[in-house]
Design a protein around this ligand. Structure first.
Ligand code: GTQ
Length: 349
């Protein structure tokens, strides 16, 4: 087993190596040399905890507006890369994240792809996304879905630039080498449905006749912050405050109560002022966005201090704990639904 680390080989080891060499010629290898690596005792991660402070990144995202037009770029996005996964366009092994800028008057043309996307709005007011013919105007804190293979485009008819966080399951889809992309050859999507149609239809505890309840993702396109924030207040007032996570809900697929998408699930939490969260860990590496407030998260001996619009990432199975100095709201997203569906999601303290 220790063969590789020894410099002088015994005759037996030499014979073994010669055997390995013959195996290698047939593209085979001995399992016993790699068993510990590929079957770890517990989750091993190559990701690092990391934080992107909005005050640092905003000027650079804004500058992208003078570097390239949305028309030329298709999507004008700065990819947010985990420091240990540079050049791989990913924030965790399974998720991609980016900061997208859309300037007044711009249109990001329609397309569809296998990868599902979410937007979490950080800055600006009044740009829109259209998903399968439904337009939704976006505000900070809104959680917007672009499910797998749905046609989507973005436009900004407001007077201010808008910046949002994109999270896509691109590394997951690309791991399976299963991704398709289609450009949609129209300047804009044909808006057949009324604006915010899906929230009105499916966001009030009823299901209209004829609803396909087997859809494997939420039919709701936008979960507006203005509608979500009061729910957190109610949970907190009632004392429904988890010692690790605060008062929290998950964005649900109203058809079956499941996560919003099969590959990505999101949650929103209110952490009271002076909250001191208990240690928590889970196998889903998690991306957080501070929506409001001020606090810090300790992870693996590191302390990340966060404020509004900061984005940070916690690697899989690393213990972390949140603490606040003001009442705070944290959005989070991960690949938990995929891991749950496959049967290997775990959590612990
Ligand atoms: O807005 O459609 O950040 O297709 C990466 C790929 C955004 C999008 C990204 C995309 C989009």
């Amino acid at each position: 087993m220790e063969l590789a680390s020894q410099t002088k080989q015994t005759p037996a080891q030499g014979a073994r190596q010669a055997y390995y060499d013959r195996l290698s010629k047939l593209d085979m290898a001995p399992l016993w040399e790699v068993l510990k690596d590929i079957v770890p005792d517990q989750p091993k991660t190559v990701c690092a905890p990391a934080i992107w402070h909005f005050n640092d990144v905003k000027p650079l995202v804004s500058e992208a507006g003078s570097v390239i037009t949305t028309e030329e770029a298709n999507r004008r996005v700065l990819v947010v890369e985990n420091p240990t996964l540079r050049g791989k366009s990913r924030i965790t092994q399974s998720l991609y994240a980016g900061l997208q800028l859309i300037e007044p008057g711009e249109i990001a043309p329609p397309h569809r792809h296998t990868s599902a996307a979410i937007r979490f709005i950080l800055d600006g007011e009044g740009a829109y996304t259209q998903v399968d013919g439904e337009k939704t105007i976006m505000s900070p804190g809104d959680f917007v879905l672009t499910p797998s293979d749905t046609a989507h485009d973005h436009g900004n008819t407001s007077k201010q630039p808008m910046i949002w966080l994109d999270v896509l399951d691109l590394p997951t889809v690309n791991f399976f080498e299963a991704g398709f992309y289609h450009h949609i050859d129209a300047e804009k999507q044909n808006t057949r449905r009324e604006d915010n149609d899906s929230l009105v239809r499916f966001g009030s505890g009823v299901l209209p006749d004829g609803t396909d309840a087997t859809l494997n993702r939420s039919p709701i396109i936008n979960y507006p912050y203005a509608k979500m924030r009061p729910i957190l207040e109610r949970l907190a007032r009632a004392g429904d405050i988890d010692p690790c996570h605060g008062a929290r809900f998950r964005y649900a697929n109203p058809l079956n109560g499941s996560w919003v998408m099969p590959t990505m699930g999101a949650q929103l939490a209110l952490l009271p002022k002076d909250f001191k969260g208990k240690d928590y860990r889970s196998t889903d590496g998690t991306i957080f966005v501070c929506v409001e407030g001020k606090g810090l998260t300790k992870v693996d001996g590191q302390t990340m201090e966060w404020g509004p619009r900061d984005v940070f990432v916690i690697p899989p199975w690393q213990r972390y704990a949140h603490a606040t100095c003001e009442e705070s709201v944290l959005f989070s997203i991960s690949d938990r639904p995929a891991q749950e569906a496959l049967g290997f999601w775990r959590e612990g303290n």
